[in-house]
Design a binder for this molecule. Structure first.
Ligand SMILES: Nc1ncnc2c1ncn2[C@@H]1O[C@H](COP(=O)(O)OP(=O)(O)O)[C@@H](O)[C@H]1O
Ligand SMILES: [Mg+2]
Length: 263
């Protein structure tokens, strides 16, 4: 009996669970993603799905049991402890990923790839819906479709955007899940959970700004493509004015964030 899994946008309605197996659309380079997923446990990271099959444009992976927070995000998923554990998870993922040689000749996804490139494979889509929790702690990372080479900080900056969240107060107020969260304090919690170096702390804000630039380009492409459901959601959440406000807020608050990160 198939159960449709919700939580994603890209493959909405097309990801199904069959017992302990997840069956979903496969990327053209899924075989390379599978080889990476198989190498992760050998390097100490057991929280990623393991490949089971690949045929007919679909892939089969193991189901990672636990809880995934979906909108509206439950209170437990936005606690400081949950956020800190996301930082710990990303550190563990980073250590495993950086021990796996980057496979040459693979056309990795470009959608959310670090624009500066890099030598380690980043997950590149660390949104709330792609992290699995067990007993209130981040345990697993799923949905490696967007994985691409990048700087290690790329995944932390992307996680910051959605988990802290890095969102100006006016827009954050439109999301019940994000109301009342202190971004300045929470960015520090994520960085501490990750065990971020002093050097990386000075870089983090500018990498978050790069994530937001890419996000804006993604919105523009989807608006241009005329994706009706997206266009409605985009305008409901403030449209281009909200993008401008977020970028202005990040620039305006960067010294405050930096002070909280390094003090
Ligand atoms: N291997 C897995 N283990 C556990 N849950 C999964 C797994 N794959 C998908 N899910 C669940 O299904 C949802 C959608 O799957 P996902 O692969 O992230 O789709 P999309 O590519 O559309 O984002 C996830 O948010 C998660 O709740
Ligand atoms: Mg997903």
């Amino acid at each position: 009996m198939d159960e449709v899994l919700s939580g994603g946008i890209t493959n909405a309605g097309a990801v199904v669970r069959r017992g302990e197996i997840v069956d979903r659309p496969a990327q053209a380079h899924a075989a390379a993603i599978h080889r990476f997923l198989e190498a992760l446990p050998e390097h100490g990271f057991s929280g990623a799905p393991q490949p089971v099959g690949l045929r007919g444009g679909r892939e089969q992976l193991t189901f990672v049991s636990g809880e995934v927070a979906l909108l509206p995000y439950p209170a437990w998923s936005m606690t400081d402890a949950a956020l800190r554990s996301v930082g710990v998870l990303l550190r563990r993922f980073r250590e495993a990923s950086s021990a796996i040689p980057l496979e040459p000749g693979v056309r990795w996804a470009t959608d959310w790839a670090d624009p500066r490139g890099g030598t380690v494979l980043c997950h590149s889509d660390v949104c709330v819906e792609n992290v699995v929790f067990r007993d209130g702690e981040a345990y697993g990372l799923i949905d490696f479709d967007m994985a691409a080479p990048g700087r290690p900080l790329w995944d932390v900056a992307m996680a910051a955007r959605y988990w802290v969240p890095m969102l100006d107060p006016e827009t954050a107020a439109r999301f019940p899940s994000y109301v009342g969260l202190d971004s300045v304090r929470r960015l520090r919690i994520l960085a501490d959970g990750y065990g971020m170096s002093a050097e990386d702390r000075t870089q983090l804000l500018s990498v978050v700004e790069e994530v937001v630039v890419l996000e804006r380009a993604d919105y523009a492409a989807r608006v241009k493509a005329g994706d009706a459901a997206f266009v409605k959601a985009f305008h409901d959440h403030g449209g281009w004015a909200a993008c401008d406000r977020l970028q202005a807020w990040l620039a305006d608050q960067s010294a405050t964030f930096l002070a909280a990160l390094i003090q």
